[in-house]
Design a protein around this ligand. Structure first.
Ligand SMILES: CC(=O)SCCNC(=O)CCNC(=O)[C@H](O)C(C)(C)COP(=O)(O)OP(=O)(O)OC[C@H]1O[C@@H](n2cnc3c(N)ncnc32)[C@H](O)[C@@H]1OP(=O)(O)O
Ligand SMILES: O=C([O-])CC(=O)C(=O)O
Length: 463
């Protein structure tokens, strides 16, 4: 009896110690940010004092008519894209992240929590810090409002999953600590603190929203409760109904590499823009997700899968070879459609996010027929796009590969793919938003022109 009491007491004490440690890791992340803010502010002040009037890039008439391509007009701290090399998350390439960021096990794929820590702080976390962050996210997820669950359960299934996801994020908004603090008249120096809380709350809760949409739309509708012994990504897979170890690894990789792609892409820019009006992180993320839902951006992964199925349908029993695939690709181009998953607004080489997914496939599913199709397309699409001579980048982007991996593990509902992309993108764009508020970034309001005004401007110059 005495022993049982002792055991229970020490178990309780251990739990207490663990809970305190977990809380302290969450506090640690916040206090790291708190310490970094004045340093970054001073760095920016110095930069602006010494170089504030120097020219970053030109803006020509053509650039204004071409989606502002190439204009350096945004500040985003979390990642930087090189046209040839691809993305670096806080200075680290994808292979470096795979090497350095803690995974669930030695040599495994990075945990998205590790990536989140890196994106927020610029530091590679320790295993303990990541474990603490995972626990913190579980704790924050627990207090999701039952109203949100009710709202999602009541959404009709003929609303696209991405629209449902955006609605779900808006439903979470009523718990925004930033919106409340603003209403309470908080000093602007403190904005980042509640943005931090909203960022972590939102990241903790969106996998519940997403998995609920998945279960409702495509499975039996029953919500699967979280498994707190799992990390954030594996738990997301679990709540969707997938429990294979390999799927957990795929989710960890997928949800790490889709997080961020510097600040100018549609989802990041939309989140930043809406946030600049001091709309809270939920309103801002929802706006970003509405951009991600476009077929030229995040919806492309859904479009790729549809196109692959279309190709399979067209070829029927015919052998998949370069010759008949060439005909199908030209059919797509001649119909005035884009080849989904190929091309990029900035990249001019194969996307390293494509490459690391290809490596995952080569390791885990080399004989998958859809992977073979994706690989054959990789051999011929760049040549055909080059021959057509329109696209500036004939190589594949991230979306060309993700669907075939998910499908291999039974996740066949391509309408849901962009929601998964969105869950991951939340980590990057909200980390950036946190820094926007920490650095006191102002409301975004670039100058626009009418064609008439430009015509007049140049006519006046001529005279
Ligand atoms: C996560 C992401 O967002 S990655 C991108 C996902 N999107 C896709 O995969 C969709 C297919 N790709 C595309 O539509 C484009 O390459 C984009 C949207 C990614 C980039 O667009 P842009 O920067 O305008 O590309 P670019 O300057 O090369 O375009 C020049 C011309 O080539 C065309 N082009 C570009 N990519 C492709 C493609 N994959 N297939 C056919 N034509 C293409 C453009 O439509 C454009 O044609 P136009 O002159 O008739 O308008
Ligand atoms: O950078 C872009 O424009 C699009 C992209 O690949 C992303 O947002 O992941």
């Amino acid at each position: 009896m005495f022993n049982t009491v002792l055991r229970n007491t020490s178990r309780f004490a251990n739990k207490q110690v663990l809970a305190t440690a977990q809380r302290s890791y969450s506090i640690e992340l916040k206090s790291i940010v708190e310490k970094q803010i004045p340093v970054k502010q001073a760095q920016i002040a110095e930069l602006r004092k010494n170089h504030g009037e120097e020219v970053l890039s030109q803006c020509t008439v053509n650039m204004a008519y071409s989606g502002m391509r190439g204009i350096k007009g945004l500040i985003t701290e979390t990642s930087l894209l090189d046209a040839e090399e691809g993305i670096r998350f806080r200075g680290l390439t994808i292979p470096e992240c795979q090497q350095q960021l803690p995974g669930a096990e030695e040599g495994g794929e990075p945990l998205p929590e590790s990536m989140l820590w890196l994106l927020i702080t610029g530091e590679v976390p320790t295993r303990d810090q990541v474990r603490g962050l995972t626990e913190d996210l579980h704790r924050r997820a627990e207090s999701i409002s039952p109203d949100v669950i009710k709202i999602i359960k009541n959404l009709p299934n003929d609303i696209h999953p991405m629209t449902q996801f955006s609605i779900g994020i808006l439903a979470l908004q009523k718990d925004s600590k930033f919106a409340q603090a603003y209403q309470d008249g908080v000093h602007k120096k403190e904005y980042w603190k509640t943005t931090y809380e909203d960022t972590l709350d939102c990241i903790a809760r969106i996998p519940i929203v997403a998995s609920l949409i998945y279960r409702k739309n495509f499975k039996d509708g029953n919500q699967i409760q979280a498994d707190k012994s799992l990390d954030w990504a594996a738990n997301f897979a679990h709540m969707m109904g997938y429990n294979k170890k390999e799927v957990y690894e795929l989710f960890r990789l997928y949800l790490s590499i889709h997080t961020d792609h510097e600040g100018g892409n549609v989802s990041a820019h939309a989140t930043h823009l809406v946030g600049s009006a001091l709309s809270d992180p939920y309103l801002s993320l929802s706006a970003g997700m509405n951009g991600l839902a476009g077929p030229l951006h995040g919806l492309a992964n859904q479009e790729v899968l549809r196109w692959l199925k279309e190709i399979q349908g067209k070829l029927g029993d015919k052998e998949v070879n370069k010759e008949n695939l060439t005909t199908v690709i030209w059919d797509t181009l001649n119909a005035g459609r884009v080849v989904p998953g190929y091309g990029h607004a900035v990249l001019r080489k194969t996307d390293p996010r494509y490459t690391c997914q290809r490596e995952f496939a080569l390791k885990h599913m080399p004989n998958d027929p859809l992977f073979k199709l994706v690989s054959t397309l990789y051999e011929i699409v760049p040549g055909i796009l080059t021959e057509q001579g329109k696209t500036k980048n004939p190589f594949p982007n991230v979306d060309a590969h993700s669907g075939c991996l998910l499908r291999h593990y039974g996740l066949v509902e391509e309408d849901f793919y962009t929601v998964m992309f969105g869950v991951s993108r939340g980590l990057g764009v909200l980390s950036s938003l946190l820094w926007d508020r920490a650095l006191g970034q102002p409301i975004e309001r670039p100058k626009s022109m009418t064609t008439e005004a430009l015509v007049k401007q140049f006519a006046a110059k001529k005279n």
